[in-house]
Design a protein around this ligand. Sequence first.
Ligand SMILES: Cc1cc2nc3c(=O)[nH]c(=O)nc-3n(C[C@H](O)[C@H](O)[C@H](O)COP(=O)(O)OP(=O)(O)OC[C@H]3O[C@@H](n4cnc5c(N)ncnc54)[C@H](O)[C@@H]3O)c2cc1C
Length: 382
Amino acid sequence: MKTARIGGGGIAGMAAAGALAAEGWDVHVYESRTAITDEGGAIVLFENMHRALERLGALDGAIANGDPKTRFSYRDHANRPHVASNANPMGGRYVYASRHEVHRALMDAAVSRGVTVHLGTRAVAADPDGSLTLDSGAEVRGDLVVAADGVGSALRDHDTIRPTVAWLGHYGIRVGIDAELSVAQPGEFWELWNGPLRLGFGRLGGRKSAAYLSAPIDGFTADASSMDVDVWLRSFPDQREVVEAIAEQVPSVAPFSKVTCDRWQAGRLAVIGDAAHGMPPHRGQGAAMAVLDAVHLGAVLGREGVRFGGTGLQSGSDVSRALEAWESEVRPIVDRTQRVAVSFCRMQDSWPQAAINARPWAFRRLIRRRALDLSLLPPVAA
Ligand SMILES: Cc1cc2nc3c(=O)[nH]c(=O)nc-3n(C[C@H](O)[C@H](O)[C@H](O)COP(=O)(O)OP(=O)(O)OC[C@H]3O[C@@H](n4cnc5c(N)ncnc54)[C@H](O)[C@@H]3O)c2cc1C
């Protein structure tokens, strides 16, 4: 049986663990946190994420308390709709789900396939020879080692991966709210834009709601440690309930970045999720792309004959060739998605005020752009 060592047990790491275990691998995940606790907030699951979660056997758990959205209201500074629709403008399924429950469902699916999760275990280095060094100094070895340790990854630093992290000067907050927001009915999804500020919210199941906001530094204190509540109340006076509900949580602020790497693989090392291609969350695709990487990684390694003891993947160079194939198949989809996410971010924070009335038109064009098919999973050639 082949062994995989995964550094980082976030959404990407847990998804990869489940995908590899389904192909017959012995998988160990090393996660630095001591527990998988509620990270707060919700994420949107589009059609691509639904299909990927279905393949991993994690869809039911992920959406058990989610709210399927059927009415969409994206509005501009003058409260005019960019998009007001009774159908998902991007096509396919659209569920607003607790991020924690998505993460938990992926972990449960992986564990039910025999994956071992080592909580409270930080990895400090990953090597293309298949070794993962833990902070205890111990070195564990595998036929495959996966760096899934997020935007600030320590495990991807290798001279052939060559990562670049570009901070976008844009920040965000995402929170879960333990109440039913009166401004959003079940099934409704709201996103409001005013100048460079953006506020989104909707119900979850179980009498809960969730909300997010993002902006350049204008929407936050000068040190970017918290939101500037007055700015948000002035910009969205009709949404006092939502702004105050967010502020009440004293949420932490996430700086957005764009991560690019020359390569996502070297030898027996694969880099996945935000560690490989972190992106601003403007198309709700960061987690979806992380899961896409993972599902496709399992599929390609499976295709190469591992599970059935075929002739593939007998040596390090076989693994390396399989990882090259994986990157070349999945990367075009992820790169395109990342480009569109950054364009959305710039459309929000850098749109000239003099042309503000043209922004809804540009928004509609970008949201419906055929180049970004949110139902797509990479096909696995035989
Ligand atoms: C405000 C906001 C809103 C978002 N909304 C959406 C959305 O609607 N839809 C969507 O698809 N995406 C969304 N995203 C993006 C999504 O959350 C990320 O893309 C996704 O979580 C990436 O998963 P990951 O596993 O690659 O990284 P992470 O979630 O960062 O997980 C990395 C894991 O590795 C662990 N770790 C780190 N270093 C080490 C180490 N050295 N050793 C061991 N473990 C380590 C961490 O503790 C963590 O558990 C949003 C992001 C933000 C900030």
